[in-house]
Design a protein around this ligand. Structure first.
Ligand SMILES: O=C(CO)[C@H](O)[C@H](O)COP(=O)(O)O
Length: 262
């Protein structure tokens, strides 16, 4: 079964598989969005169905909510949970300080709210997501549809005033129409190349009327679990500054792949 998966999917899977070790019975868990997070949700579903794990999941998108219910996880709202023990999510980029760009899947707003309401945020990623400085991946900015073109112009002016190198801003599309987030908003993707001062940019952007949130997740992530195509996983912990290496046995996980792909 694993022979049919690309190395990148194997990498995402092993990172997801390792991340569920952080989840304990009785926890309230934030469930991220994206292909890597989907592996994690399936792994948790396995634990709920087969091992009797009792958790409550708070999804970060309608997609994740559907998947979580499908695999047997009890889904509750963030308001019901109030506070979460841990959130596990993917990322589009992470740097050496475990700062992130997220929102490639368009769920950045709920993802940021849920991650911020968690004792711990764990990011699961393949090695291709590691960067020296953030910005090669287009930075998503969620904006209110009302007056979005004006908001886009103001964001472009802000980038010029801050001397940010790349200033190309594009409205995210879904075919012929604008992409609509779960909250009914649009996304403007900023093609910046390199973000020199992410804290300054994030703060300035979020002060602008019309901007709801941006995809910079700064000082939020505690642990990054990196997966490799050969089954290796590497854990980077911001608090302990540790790097731990391990390898998952694909033979052991073959059944899980088979079950998940049925
Ligand atoms: O931020 C996200 C969704 O809004 C995702 O976590 C991010 O895009 C990574 O996705 P994938 O795991 O599919 O590579």
């Amino acid at each position: 079964m694993t022979g049919e998966l690309s190395p990148i999917d194997k990498a995402k899977f092993v990172a997801a598989k390792r991340s569920v070790d952080y989840v304990e019975d009785g926890m309230r868990v934030g469930l991220g969005t994206g292909s890597t997070a989907a592996w994690m949700v399936r792994c948790l579903g396995e634990m709920v169905r087969n091992d009797g794990l009792r958790i409550k999941g708070v999804p970060t998108s309608t997609r994740t909510a559907e998947l979580a219910r499908d695999v047997g996880i009890e889904v509750i709202s963030l308001d019901e949970a109030k506070w979460l023990d841990v959130t596990i999510d993917g990322a589009d980029e992470f740097d050496g300080n475990l700062n992130l760009i997220k929102g490639g899947g368009g769920a950045l707003l709920q993802e940021k709210i849920v991650a911020t309401a968690s004792d711990q945020m764990i990011v699961i990623a393949d090695i291709g997501k590691e960067v020296e400085s953030l910005g090669a991946f287009p930075l998503p900015v969620e904006v209110i549809p009302f007056g979005w073109q004006t908001t886009k112009s103001l964001v472009e002016e802000l980038l010029i005033s801050m001397d940010v190198l790349g200033r190309d801003a594009t409205l995210r599309m879904n075919g012929e129409r604008p992409f609509i987030t779960d909250e009914g908003n649009y996304i403007i993707d900023l093609h910046l190349g390199r973000i020199g001062n992410p804290h300054q940019l994030s703060m300035a952007m979020n002060q602008m009327p019309g901007v709801v949130e941006n995809g910079l997740f700064l000082d939020i992530c505690d642990v990054v679990i990196l997966g490799f195509g050969d089954g290796r996983v590497e854990t980077r912990d911001i608090n302990e500054g540790t790097v731990e290496e391990d390898r998952l046995d694909f033979v052991e996980t073959d059944n899980l792949f088979t079950d998940m792909n049925d």
